[in-house]
Unconditional design. Sequence first.
Length: 72
Amino acid sequence: MITQDYDVTNFEHNLLRQIEIKENQIKIAQKFEMRYVAKALQIQLKNLQNQLSEAADPQFEALMSLVDDSDL
């Protein structure tokens, strides 16, 4: 159980780091008027944010714990 909590925390930490990097990339692309690059980066950012919200969803976590319990 502790390992699962660590994995989830580590996963969320990695996602937050990727989101921060993506936001900085978007700022750079906007600064240099790279519209298409900024648009592509915004789509990638949205995907990362969706992954983070799914990871933080308690119902999703409860469902995953059921799946993990059925493997025992």
